[in-house]
Write a protein that binds this ligand. Sequence first.
Ligand SMILES: Nc1ncnc2c1ncn2[C@@H]1O[C@H](COP(=O)(O)OP(=O)(O)O)[C@@H](O)[C@H]1O
Ligand SMILES: [Mg+2]
Length: 234
Amino acid sequence: MLDVQNLHLSMANTEILRGVSLKAARDEIVAVVGRNGAGKSSTFKSIIGIYKPTKGKIIFDGLDLTTLPPHKRVKAGVGYVPEDMRIFPYLTAKENIELAAFLSKNINKLDEIMELVYTVFPEVKSFLDRLGYYLSGGEKKMLAIARSLATLPKTVLVDEALEGLAPIVVDRFVKAIASIKEHGIGVVIAESNVLLATKAAERIYVIERGEIIFEGNASDLMNNVQVMKILRGA
Ligand SMILES: Nc1ncnc2c1ncn2[C@@H]1O[C@H](COP(=O)(O)OP(=O)(O)O)[C@@H](O)[C@H]1O
Ligand SMILES: [Mg+2]
């Protein structure tokens, strides 16, 4: 269970997160939805340890991660896919995965990792030997998620999991996210498009100006006129 408590984050003299709390269990898919600039990526970066909140706690399976460096948070079981994916262009897809396995000290579990990757994204097989440079946007996103699985996470944070994907590809990723969960890995996605988020997630948090303003399921969200108005920018 990921338990994020009351995160406050300031950067460049601006308050970016103002008391963000959220929970995500390993048997659920959770979405953090909000407009551009609302604080989704900053929340994920704070959870993984790239940003340092001034206040608040991050507890994972009872372990306090708040002051640990990012690699120890990954080792504790938190996976992370950044919104810009950071695929190494001059490594092949396979090497991108192997490097993540190596750096997270899982290289001896490479067979287990590849099996997991192929069940979630069988497509990866078809471009294993291609350089990152030559992958399409959708392939890069698949590889970025596959690479995060190489750290054998218990919960994975996927920033902009569905954003920018062609409509037919979205359903493919929704299925893949469900398959990750079926492997006992909790999934937390960040999305600005509320309709895409409701396709994938069972529980939704809405963030606006660094504050969580809603928590509930998709139909409660759709029926919440006030929150939906904010999400539409009205
Ligand atoms: N490193 C940074 N320095 C200064 N401001 C930042 C930094 N990172 C994010 N911000 C600001 O924090 C706010 C939230 O950004 P972000 O978390 O990226 O939003 P989202 O992912 O929801 O689009 C934005 O106003 C953004 O400009
Ligand atoms: Mg973002």
